[in-house]
Design a protein around this ligand. Sequence first.
Ligand code: FES
Length: 281
Amino acid sequence: MEHYGEQTASGFLHVAPESKEPYAPDVLAKLAEDAAAIVARYPVKRSALLPMLHLVQSVDGYIAGRGVTFCADTLGLSEAEVSGVATFYTQYKRHPNGDYTVGVCTNTLCAIMGGDQIWDTVSEHLDLGHDETTTDGKITLERVECNAACDFAPVVMVNWEFYDNQTPESTVALVDDLRSGAPVKPTRGPNRQCTFKEMSRVLAGFPDGLADEGVGAGPASLIGLEVAHEHDWRAPRPQSAGELMAPEHETVTLKDERTIKTEVAAESLAQARVADTKAGE
Ligand code: FES
């Protein structure tokens, strides 16, 4: 089933026939138990597809053919419908994934802050291109888009945990530690790095108890707030409820003849009408 390092672009969507091998009875029983807990969260069971895909990925390490079949059978969907969703989102892997997905942000800000150099160095060090996996099955390397952590650029993620302010050297050390099994701790977030399967189980909705560990917002995210405090800057005071609520009640009739009642501030309404009039001039 494993073919690390042999992926080709055309092979990425290929699900090997052996991935249809049935689950062992004990694995299937646990999957069914977990799936029942997931499905119970939704009024319509097909809505549970995304966490279900994470669940089967937490067992197989990717979306294997048998995982697709299990999701389809559990949720009353066709395998085509399940595959259509699984191939849409990049968090779902259609070929065996490494224990650690190392994502190098090469979006604009990280790129100019050194992300491109990190990518080039690590890609050469591991001899991997995008979405390829080391032959030991430890690391899958990805280019990733903005991780919403630009204040810590350049950023690298491992299974979507943050490694801030990286350099080519620090990232090479990071992947070497991950491959050797040395303890690795994200810059922010939990105190240990989880594996791809562990992370997938959390995304399926089964907490690992690590959510409250470590720093969430780091100093770079809070510096604007500190400057505001130093200068006693404040956001504009929101209008009070009394100012917002109008004495006047307006009834708005929609085209489909459903009627809704809405309370509209008379002054705001007048301002909007003036603005509309000006825009139309
Ligand atoms: S550009 Fe890299 S985190 Fe935003």
